[in-house]
Design a protein around this ligand. Structure first.
Ligand code: NAD
Length: 490
């Protein structure tokens, strides 16, 4: 399959043109080749995009909901009509399998469609009459919003921010990660072709420290919606605190998966493999800490290792590939560093722990399972963001709840058991924004998503996802016409 990349021009303030910032190179890490080098956005580009967004936003915010929704439906259709191309570009940009990038593109189309529908069906609230007053609670756009996204699922995380922010009546400036700069240019092309008013949406690839910081610090940016690492999120939150600016933070994870002796083992093994090794583990919600009840620990872990060794590691364009290359050779070096650290701490590699043979040109790493670790080791505490699973035994519910929660993150959790009441009990007791019972990594755009603790602040998706990009105003109107009792003049 082959397509061309775009000419590397950016959509800045409604104009397609070369960026004036530092060059960015997109790599096809699976083959160790370069996709494209082009100039990112400069300070001047950012200023221009913000000025254009500020000028375009009031008219957009004043449109009727169904009028704004019609643009979002067109964007959704544009994405659907270009799934193959978007998937190809994203697979080249991130080395994810085509099956996965197709699914991500389809989910981006669904996200635009969903928020168009939410917008059209959202009601403002006429609150219960209190005496002489009628009170109305209305939602208004915030103004110009910055969306900053990571490299691991760009089109989906871009859509998750851009769609509700536009639906809510804002202008949006999107800054993608430097390792995955290309697919957002495809999204920009589709948004532009859908006829969105010029200036309302700009795409500003560039380094986080330069372009990202400029956006967050700028006085005309009313909100930052960020998905990325926890340390970056904390940095942005500090800047936001100084401006008293709202932020949404979707951050990292170290999610526990809990396997009870009464589970359906075949279902559990397939779900666990998908939960940690899909996307080569480069997923915020990866189920990276596995707790298995001691009574079945040895047998279950043996079966899991056998199943892991049978996973197909290969080129992202091969239809049967399950585990592809990591996004970048530098990222693989970081994953290798974590595995070395685990071994130094006494961990034992049950499978993987090295680069696969015959795929030397790419940044591949074998699906890896490590045992004999303590929940307090760095390999169990920190996000590896690669195909590395740590496995530990537990005795009972109280034991596993304590171990599961003994981590600063709180993004997701998987539970495998046939006892539904127990599953619900654990789900309530675990610190996580999302819990999957007898499944993993399943999503619905209508279900809120986000993290607790070091995994973030706020929720995306769902009807409330629209409100995250609006401010609420209450309006009181006196219906009596009577003067206030303070009116005592003669
Ligand atoms: P990252 O924090 O390095 O970068 C994310 C984005 O922030 C990029 O666009 C980057 O350029 C920008 N950035 C970096 N420094 C910045 C700064 N000083 N000011 C402004 N912007 C800055 O993260 P990453 O390596 O691209 O992505 C991986 C991380 O994202 C993982 O920790 C993963 O868990 C997290 N993630 C979370 C979710 C979620 O929904 N919770 C989803 C996907 C990824």
């Amino acid at each position: 399959m082959s397509h061309d990349f775009s000419n590397g021009h950016l959509l800045i303030g409604g104009q397609w043109r070369a960026g004036k910032g530092a060059p960015i190179t997109s790599i096809f890490a699976a083959e160790g080749t370069e996709n494209q080098t082009f100039n990112g956005a400069s300070r001047e580009d950012v200023e221009e995009a913000i000025a254009a967004a500020k000028a375009a936003q009031p008219a957009w915010g004043a449109l009727k909901p169904h009028e704004r929704a019609s643009y979002l439906y067109r964007i959704s259709e544009g994405i659907s009509a270009n799934i193959d191309r978007i998937a190809w570009v994203q697979s080249r940009d991130t080395s994810k399998t085509l099956a996965e990038t197709r699914a991500l593109a389809a989910s981006a189309a669904a996200t635009f469609r969903y928020f168009a529908a939410v917008l059209e069906t959202s009601d403002e609230l006429l609150t219960v009459p209190r005496g002489d007053y009628t009170t109305l609670s209305v939602h208004e756009p915030l103004g110009v919003v910055a969306a900053i996204t990571p490299w691991n699922s760009p089109i989906a995380s871009d859509a998750q921010k851009v769609a509700p922010a536009l639906a809510a009546g804002n202008a949006v400036l999107l800054k993608p990660a430097s390792w995955s700069p290309l697919v957002c240019l495809e999204l920009a092309r589709i948004i532009d072709e859908a006829g969105l008013p010029k200036g309302l949406f700009s795409v500003l690839p560039g380094s986080g420290r330069e372009v990202g910081n400029l956006l967050v610090e700028h006085p005309d940016i009313a909100k930052v919606s960020f998905t990325g690492g926890t340390s970056t999120g904390k940095h942005l939150a500090r800047i936001a605190a100084d401006k008293l600016m709202p932020v949404s933070l979707e951050l990292g994870g170290k999610s526990p998966t809990i396997v009870f002796e009464d589970c359906d083992e075949d279902l559990a093994i397939a779900g666990i493999l998908f939960g940690i090794f899909s996307s080569s583990g480069q997923s915020c919600i990866a189920g990276s800490r596995l707790f298995v009840q001691r009574s079945i620990y040895d047998r279950f872990v043996d079966r899991l290792v056998t199943a892991t060794k049978a996973l197909k590691v290969g080129h992202p364009f091969d239809a049967d590939t399950q585990v592809s290359s990591l996004v970048h050779a530098d990222h693989r070096a970081s994953v290798e560093g974590y595995v070395a650290m685990a071994l130094e701490d006494g961990g034992r590699v049950l499978c993987g722990g090295k680069r696969p043979e015959g795929l030397d040109a790419g940044a591949f790493y074998e699906p890896t399972i490590i045992a004999d670790v303590a929940n307090t080791d760095r390999i169990c505490r920190e996000e590896v963001f690669g195909p590395v699973l740590v496995v530990m035994p537990f005795d009972d519910e109280a034991d596993v709840i304590a171990m599961g929660n003994d981590n600063e993150y709180g993004l997701a959790c998987g539970i495998w058991s046939r006892d539904h009441v127990k599953c619900q009990r654990i789900a309530r007791a675990i610190k996580a924004g999302t819990v999957w019972i007898n499944t993993y990594k399943q999503f619905s755009i209508s279900t809120p998503f986000g993290g607790d603790g070091a995994s973030g602040i706020g929720r995306e998706k769902g009807r409330a996802g629209l409100r995250a990009y609006q401010s609420q105003k209450s309006i009181y109107e006196d219906m009596s016409g009577r003067p206030h009792p303070w009116a005592r003049w003669p």
